[in-house]
Design a protein around this ligand. Structure first.
Ligand code: FAD
Ligand code: 2HG
Ligand code: ZN
Length: 486
């Protein structure tokens, strides 16, 4: 179980919660919700998958899940909740790694999974309009048929939904090429806390008519409104994509590789990821997959992707580049695959994409998603290893991997079970380290509930105050994700 506080305090707060929280299923609210959105769209049994977060680190106690099918359902639900002061949590794919999508207490769960329609696709501009409950992988497959791409890609694509992605301003593997979602999302439809529908849908790339309101909702983690529709720009897909997995002796070689790749392939680079030895072991050992390189383990790996419309020229340029890499002894071993290779291409990418799943098998994951300057990007893992080695606690693993091309490190520690001693050794020390280098304590996963008491390491008091004022303006009764962010 995830714990923020000491045990006596927790027992006390749980007792207070128990006394003062309303049991919804036994109340008349259920009947009202049933008449608002239909009986079959109000669930009151078998709610564990909705209450439990992806990491299995916290389980909420909600006893009602609402499944809106259209924007007006969301509007009716929120109007009713606002009038009756009922707290809600918005849930899309429930892949949040910061406990953002599950109830902290017994908030009503509003699941977006039935709002999963593609509304339109413009073949000329590549603008896709869809409902926010569309699963990312389904959207990717849809636009691929039109020779287009969704401008971001996550390991959670089989479950996460575009509304959840926007609400967290998700980063992922294509960030280095297409930038943040802010640059690709053209419009949103939002339902505000009082039930009002705010139509900000647009297909226009250029629009300077006052405040850029949609950007407030991107990354707001469901605290300001519920995203119901999205308009997103899907860039043209490339005729060929190549993914490379190289092993390296140390982190300095990885930096050299990154510089050389940028030098020769800046316009082709569509992801640049790093994996350390222990992270790779979490995949190979825990998920029991074969390993494509000649030795079973190396200190570091780089997984990067190059995209181009001219395959033969890319091949020729890479052959020359490879000679340089060998001459300078940058890499130890490597392999690659073309997207036309199908399964081999997907498998190579999966060595990076399935690390989180591999780590989950260790037991409990202490998960940190930080931004740091390149000079201390991996140093933080060494510093933490040294600090944790003084402890008598039993770790399974201390590892680092991440979107190196974007300065985003995923530092992870795992143990069989949750251990408060380990947590105390990591926090707040790690956040102080990140703040010292002006990094970010949450590069892409958001703050959720797990990170809220550390927000001040990345935002000053004035900025937090302004954010709180905005929250009060958009949601005066704090009915939307009341435990998230602050
Ligand atoms: P949920 O988890 O359901 O919700 C996330 C947050 O958004 C919650 O606060 C929720 O209340 C709010 N929310 C959800 N839907 C809406 C809506 N329609 N309107 C308003 N608020 C809403 N993240 C990255 O950034 N990059 C990665 O590479 C990445 N890889 C991952 C790999 C794995 C295996 C896993 C498990 C997670 C990964 N994540 C990653 C984290 C997570 O997938 C992202 O945060 C994702 O964007 C969440 O989408 P979701 O649909 O699951 O949203
Ligand atoms: C990734 O990049 C995700 O794989 C998850 O953001 C990171 O598990 C993590 O720490
Ligand atoms: Zn990530």
């Amino acid at each position: 179980m995830f714990r923020i506080n000491s045990r006596p305090y927790l027992l006390l707060t749980n007792a207070v919660r128990f006394l003062f929280t309303r049991k919804l299923s036994s109340s008349s609210y259920i009947a009202d919700f049933q008449s608002l959105i239909g009986k079959q769209n109000v669930l009151t049994t078998d709610l564990d998958p909705f209450n439990q977060d992806w990491l299995k680190s916290h389980c909420g106690r909600s006893d009602v899940v609402l499944l809106p099918r259209q924007t007006t359902d969301v509007s009716n639900i929120l109007r009713y909740c606002n009038q009756n002061d009922l707290k809600c949590v918005v849930q899309s794919g429930n892949t949040s790694l910061v406990c953002g999508a599950t109830p902290w207490q017994n908030e009503i769960i509003i699941s977006m999974k039935k709002m999963n329609q593609i509304i339109s696709f413009d073949e000329i501009t590549g603008v896709l309009h869809c409902e926010s409950g569309c699963i990312l992988q389904n959207l990717e497959e849809f636009v691929q048929q039109k020779q287009r791409l969704i401008p971001y890609d996550l390991g959670a694509k089989g479950s996460c939904m575009i509304g959840g992605n926007l609400a967290t301003n998700a980063g992922g593997l294509r960030f280095i090429k297409f930038g943040p979602l802010h640059s690709n999302v053209l419009g949103l439809e939002i339902v505000m806390a009082n039930g009002e529908i705010l139509d900000l849908m647009s297909s226009m790339r250029k629009d300077n008519t006052g405040y850029h309101l949609r950007h407030l909702f991107i990354g707001s983690e469901g605290t300001l409104g519920i995203i119901t529709k999205v308009s997103i720009l899907c860039p043209k897909d490339f005729k060929c994509k190549k993914v490379f997995l190289f092993s390296l002796e140390n982190f300095n070689k990885l930096i050299e590789l990154f510089q050389m790749i940028q030098e020769d392939f800046s316009e082709n680079l569509s992801c640049f990821e790093m994996i350390d030895e222990s992270s790779m072991k979490a995949v190979v050992d825990n998920l029991n997959v074969s390993f494509p390189l000649s030795s079973k383990s190396y200190p570091f790996y780089s997984l990067f992707e190059l995209s181009s419309n001219d395959e033969s020229s890319l091949d020729q340029r890479f052959a020359k580049h490879y000679e340089k890499l060998v001459k300078k002894s940058i890499i130890l071993d490597g392999t690659y695959a073309n997207d036309s290779d199908g399964e081999k291409f997907r498998k190579l990418k999966s060595y990076r994409e399935t690390i989180t799943e591999g780590l989950r098998i260790d037991g409990y994951s202490y998960k940190y998603d930080i931004s740091l300057p390149m000079n201390v990007y991996y140093e933080v893992v060494n510093v933490m290893r040294k600090r944790l080695s003084s402890s008598t606690s039993n770790f399974v693993r201390i590892c680092g991997y991440g979107h190196m091309g974007d300065g985003n490190m995923h530092f992870n520690v795992t143990s069989r079970q949750f251990d408060q001693q380990i947590l105390n050794l990591i926090e707040p020390f790690l956040y102080e380290y990140v703040a010292k280098y002006n990094g970010s304590i949450s590069a892409e996963h958001g703050i959720g509930v797990k990170k809220r008491k550390f927000l001040h390491y990345s935002k000053n008091d004035e900025a937090i105050k302004l954010m709180q004022q905005m929250k009060r303006m958009f949601d005066p009764k704090s009915i939307l994700n009341p435990h998230v962010l602050f």
